[in-house]
Design a protein around this ligand. Structure first.
Ligand code: OOG
Ligand code: NI
Length: 458
């Protein structure tokens, strides 16, 4: 019988290839990786307890691998084909993000592996946005955009053929899997040659920079890759001292003892030369990002997060930027003092998701109702379940800081998950349900182990 290559292996191979390509295309990204590795090493040396935590949750080996990248697509067909291709790599669409209220004319999902073991083997994921062309007010320009997109084919014939082969056979052999990753990589490559005139580029750009970034190019070039750091503030300072032009503020929650959700920053997009069909010009789109991940929040915790973030922004009075960065950081820290900052409280107040691990033998039967007591007695230990998804307000901040001053616009539109899923050709998974499942499995296993010990003793 033929041996199929595992989806995890295909994803890991693809992630490594993509990283290599991007480091060649954007050398500053290589500098960023070096900085992140230095900071992670230093942090692990300073915080041996953090090292133990990452060992317990299986995250230590995956730390130096890529975490995520992002692309922007133009049509429903591109999105549904992308979904089929990512499925070969074990990546499912998780979550729905509407960026329109934040002034960015896209809606998005994240393709990723869904269970903990698979994520630990390869955490690679792609934040995938679909342009909302219907938001271009100028009818003529919208038509130009639609026609231009209708003409392009962003996948190689080989990538599509191997995807079909995978769907028919239920897997790919070694040779096919190798060819598959090489073919798919082509879709993400940067093209210096643009298929539109400079004038068309400019009018798309005047509508919104992002529209030009999608419509004026042959394919959805990967626009950033993002390694994971254990100390994002150290990376933010480090960028400055290594001459990497960093974004003004770190998105997400403030610095804490027990990190929650996701903090992100980036270096600013580079100006690159482009050959339009009739003239030479430039385009600014590609950058490098850094993320620090913390514990996934339960609905109650997420609500508190959203409330506190909105409050901090309201207190600042306008969007955070270079001029008010220090003030924003201070306000954020003060506002988030209301969010408990120790793991036991986060668990006991049902604010966050955890793994539950038995530590000692006991000689009585226990149930889920005993967990708080078992935790207090040291019979059970908890470790955070890391947040694997994204945050719409942060994502909008990342988009904007890489789109320049004119990155924000006002749109009249309702959020439309249904339309997105129709374009995608599938439903997106609910991320909260995924974390709840992981926690529940861990609790079941923990209680089973504790109760089993009694039987053995009796
Ligand atoms: C995606 C921006 C969102 C993140 O990490 O929140 C994102 C984009 O710029 O296309 O990647
Ligand atoms: Ni990102």
């Amino acid at each position: 019988m033929t041996q199929w290559v595992s989806a995890n292996q295909i994803r890991a191979n693809f992630s490594a290839l993509m990283s290599e390509m991007y480091q060649n295309e954007v050398p500053l990204y290589g500098d960023l990786i070096n900085l992140v590795e230095d900071v992670n090493q230093a942090t692990l040396n300073q915080q041996p307890e953090l090292k133990v935590q990452l060992e317990n949750t299986g995250e230590l080996p995956r730390l130096s691998q890529e975490r995520h990248g992002a692309i922007r697509l133009g049509t429903a067909q591109e999105l549904s084909q992308m979904r089929r291709i990512f499925a070969v790599m074990g990546m499912q669409p998780v979550g729905y993000y509407d960026l329109v209220p934040a002034g960015v004319p896209v809606h998005s999902t994240a393709f990723r592996a869904v269970n903990a073991e698979d994520l630990n083997q390869s955490p690679f994921r792609i934040f995938t946005s679909l342009l909302r062309l219907e938001l271009i007010e100028n009818k003529q320009l919208r038509q130009v955009a639609e026609d231009t997109l209708a003409k392009r084919q962003i996948f190689t014939a080989g990538a599509l053929a191997l995807t079909e082969k995978f769907e028919q056979q239920g897997g790919l052999n070694q040779e096919d899997a190798q060819q598959f990753v090489n073919e798919v990589l082509e879709t993400f490559r940067w093209h210096t040659e643009a298929p539109v005139t400079q004038e068309v580029y400019q009018s798309l750009h005047d509508q919104h920079r992002l529209i030009a970034d999608v419509v004026a190019f042959k394919g959805p070039h990967i626009n950033h890759l993002t390694p994971r750091t254990l100390d994002i503030d150290a990376v933010q300072t480090g960028m400055q001292s290594r001459g990497i032009p960093q974004k003004a503020v770190v998105e997400g929650p403030p610095r804490r003892k027990c990190p929650i959700l996701l903090r992100q920053t980036s270096f600013k997009a580079l100006k690159e030369q482009v050959n339009f069909s009739d003239a030479q010009g430039s385009h600014t789109a590609r950058f490098g990002e850094i993320e620090q991940r913390g514990v996934a929040l339960k609905a109650k915790g997420r609500q508190l997060y959203d409330e506190l973030l909105a409050k901090a922004r309201q207190l600042l009075g306008r969007a955070p930027d270079e001029d008010n960065a220090v003030q924003y950081e201070q306000i954020l820290a003060e506002t988030f003092a209301a969010f408990p900052d120790d793991y036991a409280t986060l668990a006991n107040q049902e604010l966050a998701y955890f793994y539950y691990l038995p530590q000692k033998n006991i000689d009585y039967a226990v149930t889920a109702a005993d967990l708080t007591t078992l935790l207090a007695q040291g019979i059970v230990k908890i470790e955070p379940i890391v947040y694997e998804d994204f945050l719409p307000v942060s994502a909008a901040g990342i988009f904007q800081s890489n789109l320049g001053e004119d990155g924000q616009a006002q749109y009249q539109s309702v959020s439309n998950k249904d339309i997105f899923e129709k374009c995608l050709g599938a439903k997106v998974l609910n991320e909260i349900e995924l974390y709840a499942q992981i926690e529940q499995q861990s609790i079941n296993r923990c209680l089973e182990q504790l109760n089993q010990q009694i039987v053995v003793k009796a």
